[in-house]
Design a protein around this ligand. Structure first.
Ligand code: SR1
Ligand code: MG
Length: 408
């Protein structure tokens, strides 16, 4: 049976079943009752859930040669190995916050992992306006541990450089360099998705703002050159599984050594998208108040808790001698907060006008409400980028969102 999987091919659901039985050997699969469904809704890969009638189940994730979002885009299928290896590492740094990896297979470019069916994809939950009181505490722990735990502040420098080498990930980084740090400001590849009623607004506010372009250029080079920390690299609400008790992070195929504000800013921006959807699509005022109020608190808490936990992690684990110099720790954390603000802005912009949009905005049914929601994102984003050095607390982040809401 294994001969079938000795050469790469893209599996269908029937083949994924057979593959799961062959590769996930920890379960005594009941092959007679085996079922499989392709459940992937991301932009890149194929995700199969395989289960039997005896309570055994697993996820099989396979990288296709062409990306799901566009048949014209091809990136190495080795991304599946990168993802599996970093999940194993993150599982050590932040136990209980990532799915268990059962195997990975560099021939089929596929891995098997824990089925998290008792969780749901967080973006889907945000579109249903559900609230998760433990989320801010849990995601801030995940970020503080995985980000601070892979820095030069903490790690032996040769060990860190080995990780940096292993996770260099140029193809996935290039996607981010293009889709986040370039195209939203000029549409140079002609693949931006701009909502027609905002076309003129986007032209003036994004394509023609030279001051903004200068700041984004600085940020792009920082993203490419500041090998600060091993990032998840795509930490939006579609990369998070959630339930009332637990938060699990997956899909780290964009991981590489970059500025850690990239991950934190992604979480903050995606909560702002959730706010926009809640504001525009809530069934009534009570739902809007409960959901948007919770989201606002999450924005404040994610910023404050992550910074506090990083500060604590730094104090407890710093090894580099010069990083123990009086004043350096506070300086370091200030730079992370500024990067977080900047990336909050970059993510808000690229998901609003770039190639890969978010359902939180695109599913706002009323055209005027969607127009307004997108403008809120763009107006807030520009301040996050331009005023990134001036923000000190989670409340400062929320204030920028509130100012944009009032202005739009
Ligand atoms: C071509 S891939 C588009 C986007 O999907 C991924 O989730 C990343 O966010 C990427 O930028
Ligand atoms: Mg993804």
């Amino acid at each position: 049976m294994m001969a079938k999987f000795d050469t790469y091919f893209l599996m269908n659901a029937e083949e994924a079943k057979e593959y799961a039985v062959a590769k996930v050997t920890k379960f005594p699969w009941d092959t007679a009752s085996l079922q499989c469904k392709e459940i992937g809704d991301g932009n890149l890969n194929y995700v199969f859930r395989v289960w039997d009638g005896q309570g055994h189940s697993a996820i099989i994730k396979q990288a296709g040669e062409a990306l799901r979002i566009s048949a014209d885009m091809h990136i190495s299928t080795d991304r599946n190995r990168i993802e599996s290896e970093i999940l194993l590492l993150q599982g050590k740094l932040a136990p209980g916050y990532v799915p268990e990896i059962y195997f990975y297979d560099t021939v089929m470019c596929a891995c098997g992992m824990e089925d998290l069916s008792d969780h749901a994809i967080m973006r889907t939950c945000m579109l249903q306006h559900k609230i998760y009181p433990k989320f801010a505490d849990q995601i801030s722990t995940f970020m503080a541990n995985t980000l601070m735990g892979t820095t030069d502040v903490v790690l032996d420098h040769k060990e860190k450089k080995e990780l940096q080498k292993k996770y260099i990930n140029p193809e996935l980084c290039e996607i981010t360099e293009d889709l986040v740090y370039t195209e939203p400001y000029n549409d140079c590849a002609g693949r931006n998705n701009v909502f027609a009623p905002n076309a003129e607004f986007v032209k003036t506010e994004l394509y023609e703002d030279k001051e903004l372009h200068l700041e984004v250029a600085k940020l792009k080079m920082d993203f490419m050159c500041n090998a600060q920390s091993l990032l998840h690299g795509d930490l939006h609400t579609g990369s998070i599984f959630i339930n009332d008790e637990s938060t699990m992070v997956f899909d780290p195929e964009f991981c590489f050594y970059g500025p850690m504000g990239y991950d934190i800013g992604n979480v903050v921006a995606n909560m702002m998208f959730a706010w926009c959807h809640g504001d525009a699509e809530s069934a009534d005022a009570a739902e809007r108040e409960t959901f948007c109020g919770w989201v606002e608190q999450v924005i404040v808490d994610v910023v404050d808790l992550t910074m506090a936990k990083m500060n604590d992690y730094y104090s407890r684990h710093v090894t580099d001698r010069m990083c123990q110099t009086e004043g350096y720790q506070a300086y370091y954390l200030r730079t992370i907060l500024a990067d977080t603000a900047a990336v909050t802005g970059l993510e808000l912009i690229r998901r609003t006008v770039g190639m890969a949009n978010v359902k939180d905005l695109t599913t706002i049914s009323d055209s005027a409400k969607r127009t307004r929601a997108e403008r809120i994102c763009i107006v807030a984003a520009k301040r996050f980028i331009k005023e990134r050095q001036m923000l000190h607390t989670g409340k400062d982040f929320l204030q920028i969102l509130h100012d944009a809401i009032a202005a739009c």
